[in-house]
Every structure is written in structure tokens, then in C-alpha cells.
Design a protein around this ligand. Structure first.
Ligand code: V47
Length: 733
């Protein structure tokens, strides 16, 4: 049996790991190690980039023939809150979106008894008629399998008709969990795993790119998850075409699996990381922010995710109805800020992971801005499935056409087989006619061919040396990245002019303790241990402290779960001041009321307050659920530690910085090295934990290692406790 060290070394060498090794990593590897390995793999595929898009969902109906245990979205015909959109309504909804600057409509909904293949095709046509330049990503394999069987046509014929109607790619939903026994328990009506995989295989063979998902955190085991990932990896080896894998965290509100509870944030991060490490042939791993919320999504970027999905514009109800983010919408600025906060570079993509570059920066969602799909400098891949779309991008750039023309051309070329990202890679490796002609020449005239080859190589060498020398004198000149933190933006701009780099403000925060215009973060950052350099003319992205505090509406967050309230508070720009727990007969972690400056906020309260204002939440607990366990906080930033404490029904006590934290700016970089109460300790809900922070990375990292092993011991203890309790209950019965 391989050790964790052996497996980590194999991952570092870029090798594929077995299902057994994945299971061992999942169970035993410390969280920090998973973060490190997954990030390494992520960087090979997508460098510093993290992708997002401008998209909406269209959910034509929630009336569904199927009745899955985990679904909170489904309604029966005649239910008061069932909805159904006619084709006219779908088209006029799409028309309303004309001014919005989106590149993708994702259509998914209930399997309605009246819908057949023609209806599904008509829906796509209506959307394309209103929005011809937008990509339609439509229908899960479950819906596709249903409509194809009903029509009694082959999968290929069904997909061909959808493609003809304007479907360009297929989302990853409906995969749930592949294990047959579990599938029977949680979604008995849906197509089998083999049928789901067959739809995606056929799509890939037709050049239609698809995504894949896994619903986790309900009644499955880690073995079931690894089995699921292994089936996806196998299909991708055989018929490449998956662009992204999306682990979907199960949400428990309002469905029949609620008793299963929900996965912890740590489980979410481990799942993202193992997916990145194990699925070495799927280019992208998406942390779907609508499901995870902002805080976990941001953390997921340190665990291998390189995509966060898109702006959404409050158009999907699947997650909000199950307890995920309420009214999900994010502006481009917010998405970019999230990526930048995690230390990566936000990149807008289209549905096929081509980079979208915009020529001007009119406000998003108002008027369409001219867009262009550009070729990007891509980091080298480990070969499995790197992004390799030069052929397609080259054409688009050479044509001098923006993506709109490009998309139009693609959609009118629907019959043409467009290779998927993964297929393009495979085809690129194939033996073309050119290479076989060269081989033939070498066999027929070996001496002449070798003389010609030697002369060409010599000439190339001379040209290379010439270019090298020339650029070495000027263009190869590297500028050391200066430390801009704490400088005012005006001073930084003066410095930039002198030193031939450019400053781009990517984001702003508001911190009362800092002067307006002060730079609080930069990319690339400087380092104490190595020189960080950029070429002349390159951009340095900065985050500045805003000059004045923004004023926002106070959201009404009571009468919902604590997690939902925290999500809403975070999105509005406010913060939590305190969680005050009150006994209740029926519920735990349900927000009873909310206060700002001692005054209760009611649904009708029409007040605004400054960003960063603290909200006090009164939260319920049942007497038998008074206690919680202290989570692991070591290694987290203050912002992450706060969010983790609130998520675990605890409060932040004092915040203490050590001597390495020299000024207000470095506070933002500091991480927790000690927590006043050990992880795994049982405390009353609402108790306070004091946080000790430092900027000394080596100390924080070594204490993180200790914390990881403590966490493993704690989890082991908890597992035993739960098993013992289950045994004693069984004895009583
Ligand atoms: O298949 C349903 C899941 C999926 C719950 O391809 C639930 O880019 C958690 O597949 N808790 C549909 N999950 C959504 C989906 C998707 C979403 C975003 C992007 C993409 C993509 C695909 O939602 C369903 C099911 O697995 N789901 N109910 C629930 N209670």
C-alpha cells in the first residue's frame, strides 16, 4: 500500500493516481497538502487564471415527472407554486435579456409530461431567435435521454436534432451518483448511469462539448465518490469531450433527504482538491458559487478550482429552493474581486473556454459591449488534456471578427462537427499527411534530406542567437516588481511611469483604518525569498482602499437558516457583529431577528447603512443541540476564520497580531497561527474564540501541519462517537 508521501510525490511528478490512492488521500492527507497538490495541478492546466462567464439560467418549468429524494425544486402539475413557461413566454424572456451582456443561456428544468423532442428543440430555437449570438447550453443527459426514448430515435439522432436547433453544449447535471444501489435510492426514476454516460459519449463523438457533475454530501460514502470520478475519467480517456467537472454539494432544505445533513466546508474543499488531482484529463474544475456561497468558493480556488461559473442574474431556483444562495446574482466586478482576493487573475470566458476580451468597459448588464475571443498565452499542460484550441482561435483572430460574428458563424455551421477541447488535443497528436510525406522523403533520399535538415537547423540556430542577443539587450530586461502595499495610488502611478510598468486598479475594499486610495493588495506580489520580476510595460493589478464608504440597503435576513442569512449579509457588503443564541422549542440555527446599533430590522424597515456595518443576529437553538465543536482555524486569513466561526455557530473573540504584523496593510496578509480554544472542543453555541495572527508564513505553515494532524484525530474520534451512539441506539431498539 502506498504511503501519503509516495502518492504526493507521484502527483508532484504529474502522474495519474489510482482509485485506491485517491481514497487514501481523501481520508488521510492533511487539508493543506491537498491544497498544495491540487493547486499545483491547477497551475499546470490554467496557470494563474480563474474563469467566469456572463450567463443566465432558463428554467422553463419545475413540473417534473421524476421524483428524486434530494430535489426541492420539483412540483406536481396543479401545485400552487408550480410554474410553466409557454414557448412565447420563453421567447419574450429571452428578448428581455437582449440588452444584458451575456454570452450563455443555460436551459434546464423539470421533465414535463407534455414536452417531447420537438418542444425541447422549439425552446432552443425561440431563445436563439431572440439572442442569436448567445451560446445555448441545454438539457441534462437525463432530460435528453427521456426525450430521445419518448421519440424512439437513436441518441445520435436526438442530439443531431437538438444541435440543429442551436444547442451548442450540454451541461453536467443529472449525473447525481453513479452507484446503481444509491441511484435507486435517491433518484429511482432517472436514467441509469450507463445511459447518462452513453449520452455524453455520443455527444463527445459528435464534437459536442459537455460538462459533468457529481452530487455529494448526502448518503454516499467516499468509495462511491471515487467510483463516480473513476467512471468519468474512463469515459474522458475513451471519448474526450468533458470541458469541466462540477462537484455539486447536496443542500438539504425542503427535500426528503434532509436527515443526511450537509457536507462541512472542509469536506467541500477536500472534494474539490481530490477532483482536481484525480481527474487529470478533465481541463477545468468548477466551484459553483451558487451552491457554495462566496466564502467557500473563494477558498475552493486554493484547492484546485479554476472556474466559478457566472453572473447568473438571479435566474436559477434549484439551489435557493434547497437552502443555497438566495436570489443568486453577482456582478462581473464581484466575481473578479472574489478571484483577485484568492490571489488569482480573473478571466472572462465564453462557453467553450475561449477568452472574451472587451474593448471598452461600459457598465455590465446595460448595453452589449463589443467582445472578442482572443488567443491566450497558455501555461504548459501535463499532456492529459490541456486547453488546446489554437486552431479555432487562430481562425477567429485572423478573420478580424469579434466573438459575435464568430458565434454567429458557428451557429450557422451547426451541421459541422466541431471537435471539443479534449478532442482537439487528441487530433493535434495524430499523424497528419505532412509528417508522413516528410518521412517518405527521408527514406527515399537519406543523404540529401540530412544535408538539407542540417542546413535548416544551422540557420535556425543563427537566427535564434541573433534574436536572443537582441532581446537580451532590451526586451528581455526584467523589472523587479516593487512593493506597492501602503502607497497611495497616485504615488504608485508616478513610480510606474519611471519604471515602465502599468498600474491597473482591479478592485476596491473599504477599511476604516486605512487612508482612501491606499494600495492594499497587488498582483504579482513581492516575495521575501525570491525576486519577482515582470517585463517592461506589463501590468500590476492593485486593490485600493476606497475613498468613501459605500452605502447599501440593509437586507432582511431573519426567518431563514443561519447559513442563508450569512450568505446574504456577505453579499450585501455588511458583516456579522455577533451571533446571540436563544433557546427555542423547534429549531436550531434559524435566524429569529436581526439588529443594527441595537435597533431591530423588520421586513418593512427601509434603511441604508455603510458597507462593513455589523449586524447582530438572534439565532435559535434546541436545548438538546446547545453544543458545537470548535473548528480548525489555523492557517486561515482573518476573513476566512471569521466566516468559519460564524458557520459553526461561534463568535470571534479578540484578534491578536504578533510582531511580524507591522502595519495595517500587513494585517490583511496575516493568518491564524493559534486559536484560544483547541479544535474539536465542545462549546456552547455563540461562545467566543480568540484568534492569534501572524505574517510569519513558515511559522503558520508548520503550525498548520500540526493542526491538520489534530483535525484527523478529532475526525477519527467523532466517527467513533457516532458509531458508538448508533450501536447503543440499535441495542435499545
Ligand atoms: O442534476 C438538485 C443538482 C443539478 C439539489 O454544467 C442539487 O455548467 C444540491 O447540473 N442540492 C442541476 N444539488 C444543476 C447542474 C449545473 C449547475 C451549474 C452549472 C452546470 C454546468 C450544471 O443540480 C442536478 C442535481 O445534481 N441538485 N437538487 C440539491 N438539493
Amino acid at each position: 500500500m502506498l504511503s501519503i508521501n509516495d502518492i504526493s510525490d507521484a502527483v508532484r511528478r504529474g502522474e495519474r493516481i489510482s482509485a485506491e490512492a485517491a481514497l487514501k488521500l481523501w481520508r488521510e492527507a492533511p487539508l493543506w497538502l491537498l491544497g498544495e497538490l491540487a493547486t499545483m495541478r491547477k497551475r499546470v492546466v490554467s496557470g494563474e487564471s480563474v474563469y467566469y462567464n456572463r450567463n443566465v439560467h432558463l428554467e422553463p418549468t419545475n413540473i417534473c415527472l421524476f421524483n428524486c429524494e434530494f430535489c426541492s425544486f420539483r412540483r406536481r402539475e396543479g401545485d400552487a407554486d408550480a410554474w410553466y413557461m409557454s414557448l412565447e413566454e420563453i421567447e419574450s424572456r429571452a428578448e428581455e435579456l437582449r440588452g444584458a451582456d451575456i454570452t450563455e443561456v443555460h436551459i434546464v428544468g423539470g421533465v414535463h409530461p407534455k414536452h417531447d423532442l420537438d418542444t425541447y428543440c422549439a425552446m432552443i430555437r425561440r431563445v436563439k431567435r431572440a439572442l442569436p449570438h448567445v451560446t445555448v447550453k441545454a438539457y441534462t443527459a437525463v432530460e435528453i435521454f427521456y426525450m430521445i426514448r419518448r421519440e424512439e430515435v437513436s441518441v445520435v439522432e436526438g442530439l443531431r436534432r437538438l444541435q440543429e436547433a442551436g444547442m451548442e453544449c450540454i451541461p453536467g447535471g443529472g449525473a447525481e451518483i453513479f452507484d446503481a444501489e444509491l441511484r435507486k435510492k435517491i433518484c429511482p426514476d432517472k436514467c441509469t448511469s450507463e445511459e447518462w454516460l452513453a449520452v455524453h459519449r455520443a455527444a463527445h463523438n459528435m464534437g459536442i462539448a459537455t460538462n459533468c457533475t457529481m452530487l455529494y454530501g448526502h448518503i454516499e460514502t467516499l468509495e462511491h465518490r471515487v467510483d463516480h470520478l473513476e467512471r468519468l475519467r474512463k469515459l474522458q480517456d475513451e471519448s474526450p469531450g468533458f470541458d469541466a467537472f462540477i462537484p455539486l454539494k447536496y443542500h438539504s432544505r425542503g427535500n426528503r433527504l434532509s436527515e443526511a445533513g450537509e457536507s462541512s466546508v472542509e469536506d467541500d474543499l477536500r472534494t474539490i482538491a481530490i477532483s482536481r488531482i484525480f481527474l487529470d484529463n478533465i481541463p477545468h474544475i468548477k466551484a459553483y458559487w451558487v451552491s457554495y456561497g462566496k466564502a467557500t468558493t473563494e477558498m475552493a480556488l486554493a484547492f484546485g478550482a479554476d472556474d466559478i461559473d457566472g453572473t447568473i442574474g438571479d435566474t436559477t431556483k434549484i439551489y435557493s429552493m434547497a437552502g443555497g444562495v438566495e436570489r443568486p446574482t453577482m456582478s462581473v466586478e464581484e466575481l473578479e474581486a472574489m478571484v483577485t482576493a484568492a490571489g488569482f487573475v480573473p478571466v472572462e470566458r465564453d462557453s467553450h473556454y475561449n477568452v472574451v476580451s472587451r474593448h471598452d468597459s461600459k457598465p455590465q448588464g446595460v448595453v452589449a459591449t463589443p467582445t472578442e475571443v482572443v488567443e491566450v498565452e497558455k501555461p504548459k499542460s501535463d499532456g492529459g488534456n490541456k486547453r488546446d484550441k489554437h486552431d479555432k482561435d487562430d481562425n477567429e483572430v485572423k478573420d478580424g471578427k469579434g466573438s459575435k460574428e464568430g458565434m454567429k458563424r458557428e451557429s450557422s455551421d451547426k451541421g459541422r462537427k466541431t471537435p471539443t477541447t479534449a478532442q482537439r488535443k487528441r487530433q493535434g497528436d495524430g499523424e497528419g499527411g505532412f509528417f508522413s510525406s516528410i518521412k517518405r522523403v527521408f527514406y527515399t533520399y537519406p543523404i540529401i534530406a540530412n544535408v538539407v535538415l542540417a542546413s535548416v537547423l544551422g540557420l535556425l540556430l543563427v537566427i535564434g542567437v541573433y534574436i536572443g542577443l537582441k532581446s537580451g539587450t532590451r526586451h528581455g530586461k526584467a523589472i523587479e516588481v516593487p512593493n506597492l502595499l501602503g502607497l497611495s495610488i497616485d504615488d504608485a502611478r508616478i513610480m510606474a511611469e519611471d519604471r515602465e510598468f502599468r498600474i491597473v486598479v482591479r478592485d476596491s475594499i473599504f477599511d476604516v483604518d486605512l487612508p482612501g486610495g491606499a494600495i492594499v493588495d497587488q498582483l504579482p506580489r513581492t516575495s521575501n525569498v525570491r525576486d519577482v520580476t515582470v517585463k517592461p510595460g506589463r501590468k500590476i493589478y492593485v486593490t485600493i482602499n476606497a475613498y468613501s464608504r459605500r452605502v447599501v440597503d440593509i437586507p432582511y435576513v431573519a426567518k431563514q437558516t443561519l447559513r442563508q442569512a450569512l450568505n446574504q449579509i456577505e453579499r450585501s457588503g455588511l458583516t456579522v457583529k455577533e451571533l446571540v443564541y436563544e433557546p427555542d422549542m423547534t429549531s436550531t440555527d434559524y435566524v429569529l431577528s436581526q439588529y443594527i446599533d441595537g435597533r431591530e430590522i423588520l421586513p418593512a424597515t427601509n434603511r441604508k447603512c455603510e458597507v462593513g456595518t455589523g449586524v447582530t443576529l438572534k439565532v435559535s437553538y434546541r436545548s438538546d443541540e446547545m453544543q458545537v465543536y470548535v473548528p480548525r482555524l489555523v492557517g486561515l486569513s482573518l476573513q476566512q476564520a471569521r466566516a468559519t466561526l460564524w458557520d459553526n455557530a461561534l463568535n470571534v473573540g479578540k484578534v491578536v497580531y504578533d510582531d511580524s504584523v507591522e502595519d495595517l496593510i500587513s494585517r490583511r496578509k496575516a493568518r491564524v497561527y493559534k486559536q484560544s480554544i483547541e479544535l474539536g472542543t465542545r462549546l456552547k453555541r455563540g461562545s467566543e474564540v480568540t484568534l492569534y495572527l501572524s505574517c510569519d508564513d513558515s511559522m503558520v505553515d508548520s503550525l498548520s501541519v500540526v493542526a491538520s494532524s489534530e483535525l484527523r484525530k478529532f475526525e477519527e474520534r467523532r466517527r467513533k462517537e457516532i458509531a458508538e451512539r448508533a450501536d447503543s441506539l440499535a441495542l435499545v431498539e
